[in-house]
Design a protein around this ligand. Sequence first.
Ligand code: TRP
Length: 335
Amino acid sequence: MENGKKGIVMSGIRSTGFLHLGNYFGAMRNYVRMQEDYTCYFMVADIHTLTTHPDTRELKPNVQRVLAENIACGLDPEKVALYCQSHVYETGELFMLLNMLAYKGELEKTTTFKDKVRQHPENVNAGLLTYPVLMAADILIHRATLVPVGKDQEQHLEMSRNFANRFNHRYEDVFPEPFAFNFGEELIKVPSLDGTGKMSKSENQYATIFLSDTDDLIRKKIMKAKTDAGPSAPNMPMPDYIENIFLLMKLVSGPDTIQKFEEDYNKAAIRYGDMKKQLAEDMISFVAPIREKAESIRQDQAYLRRIMEMGAEKARISASATMEKVREAIGLKYY
Ligand code: TRP
């Protein structure tokens, strides 16, 4: 481990779909905070994408966009290893070896696998079945213990721990157990603009703010957010769709602004049109610089290439050191 760092962090970022405000506050902002104190490996999971997206024409622009957006959000490719899964060949070898420790039964029982089978019965490939094994290889290849992921990845992480423990018992102690890791406060939930659930890339596109949205689109989306005629008396409880607008405001507006609208609400004198206009402008001040920075990075092919090479190089140093230990532990050394 590098001097003075507190531990090894590893996470994978899917390269399908555009990044949105929920990704920013749920994941990217945490990565940015971790990069100062931890040895960090952040990877674009391009191989995992192939399990569900056999058409690869979108691969290159998607991978480049995800890299650009992460850097625009503050991830520093000098401080972390920011790389593509497919560039670390050692992961393929570890994946193959971990497959001997993964049981068909447990893979078939994985929630994400069962969901995929239901959604796409025509494309149940073995890569889908062994998705958690590849994810375990991604993590264990760096002997990482801290994995910032959302709830939906908990089961995969538990399987990674099981594979690590089986390896250690069958061969030799090589892998520490990886656990979900979130920085400081609880994960922030970013509510969607239609008053149902949280922002997500697959649900209502109009209820989600993407980091690539133009100023105008942000304005339109926010002005469409659900409101009502306003409270009929002072100090009424807030309906959840109004609370959501306040929650969004807390993410991007200043304390004075929030206080003003809270007071207006409690006096039953709030004007939701004004509130949404203010939120839209504050949202634009937040998103526009990220969007513009990401756009300029995307234009710079030479820079993108340089950071991908640099990331792969860092990741492969760690990966090949682990693979030396793995081959030794298994006994794949004949001279
Ligand atoms: N499965 C993760 C997701 O869908 C992405 C991922 C791939 C990942 N490899 C990983 C996450 C390793 C954490 C660690 O979001």
